[in-house]
Ligand binder design. Structure first.
Ligand code: F0G
Length: 352
């Protein structure tokens, strides 16, 4: 068996790269499509449910797919520095790939609203981290402006190469299932990823790799659901900080995906997110971050609409280790501390 060469090499024929593009890769992609029977059972009919666990990418999120492309193309163009706004994952991926490609990485984050693991990554990978007194939407406005006047390449998902890389997740799903799923459930923040998946499914459909297209079901956190409300949210709030976004950059594209796929947008409350987050971990053994659990929370919310016999894929965008604080604060597990270091004391604490 050939080792996995990274997604640019694997899907080179479908990506805007040439033989001279310097490929900056950490061998991202090829993430598992895992059956989740406990979730399928809750839907209560004959359905197959899988999660696309993109938290197993090199920096722990789907952003690596976009970043291998964006950074390779930036390097090809001779960039010396890149910049992004981020709720955390983009900054970690930008930092890792930029540094690997020998570039500086500037990242703007909303002060106090980035999960601990993501901040740790950006710092250790060697990014220059700038926390602003404002939210993600404001940070994105600033970096868009800066990329026009300063020698820095923007690597947010408004950079088209990001979406090109991210569309490969759809290829991988079709390659494994042999066709498209009936439904694709996905968390939506800045709305780049839902756009990228649709690009991937459409491209594969055009070349005959699948014979149909999925319904694209996008889920936003209730306190940060501009696409559901149909208007920007000036002060988005949710415990799922990765998708704490009030004015998505790919708004129109996501709306077009919704109509073309006969899909829908729904909002899920933080409580629904937490319930799905705990369920995935405690019954399926899969630790994702809260924003990722929005896809499963959403599926469970609209479960009565899933056709019998359907195949559903929920995208788990990020690894649970990104946000240890939320895991510790919201687990339902018992954590008994201060037990005497004696067998009888441990046995007593176990209830024997
Ligand atoms: N899930 C996770 C874990 C994310 O980090 C993001 C976005 C999304 C879902 C939403 O994807 O923006 O393409 O709709 N995170 C960005 C960041 C905003 O800065 O890391 P989207």
């Amino acid at each position: 068996r050939q080792p996995w060469p990274g997604l640019i090499e694997q899907y080179r024929d479908y990506l805007p790269v040439s033989e001279t593009t310097p490929v900056v890769t950490l061998l991202e992609g090829n993430t598992p499509l895992i059956p989740v029977p406990a979730i399928a059972q809750r839907i209560g009919r004959q359905v197959r449910v899988f999660v696309k666990y993109d938290g197993l990418n090199p920096t722990g999120s789907f952003k690596d797919r976009g970043m291998t492309m964006a950074i390779s193309k930036a390097k090809e163009a001779g960039a010396k520095a890149v910049i992004c706004a981020s709720t955390g994952n983009t900054s970690a991926a930008a930092a890792a790939y930029a540094r690997r490609g020998g570039m500086r990485a500037f990242v703007l984050i909303p002060d106090g609203y980035v999960a601990l693991g993501k901040l740790a990554q950006a710092l250790l990978y060697g990014a220059e981290v700038l926390a602003i007194k404002g939210n993600f939407d404001r940070a994105l406005e600033i970096v868009r402006e800066m990329a026009q006047s300063y020698p820095v390449t923007l690597v947010n998902s408004v950079n088209p190469y990001r979406l090109e890389g991210q569309k490969t997740a759809a290829f991988e799903i079709v390659d494994v299932l042999g066709n498209t799923p009936d439904w694709l459930c996905i968390p939506v923040g800045n709305a780049g990823n839902i756009t990228a998946y649709w690009m991937g499914f459409c491209q594969y459909h055009q070349i005959g790799k699948c014979d149909r297209l999925p319904r694209m079901m996008g889920f936003q956190a209730a306190g940060a659901a501009p696409l559901v409300k149909g208007e920007p949210i000036p002060h988005p709030e949710t415990l799922a900080t990765a998708i704490r976004i009030g004015n998505p950059a790919s708004w129109e594209k996501a709306v077009a995906v919704k109509s073309a796929s006969m899909g829908n947008f729904h909002s899920v409350t933080d409580d629904e997110i937490l319930e799905a987050y705990r369920l995935l971990a405690s019954e399926e053994g899969i630790f994702c971050e809260p924003a990722s659990a929005a896809s499963v929370a959403g599926l469970l919310q609209v479960k009565d609409q899933v056709p019998t016999g359907a195949t559903v894929v929920c995208v788990l965008t990020g690894n649970g280790l990104k946000d240890p604080d939320t895991a510790i604060k919201h687990s339902n597990s018992q954590f008994k501390q201060g037990i005497e270091s004696e067998v009888h004391a441990v046995a007593a604490a176990m209830g024997f």
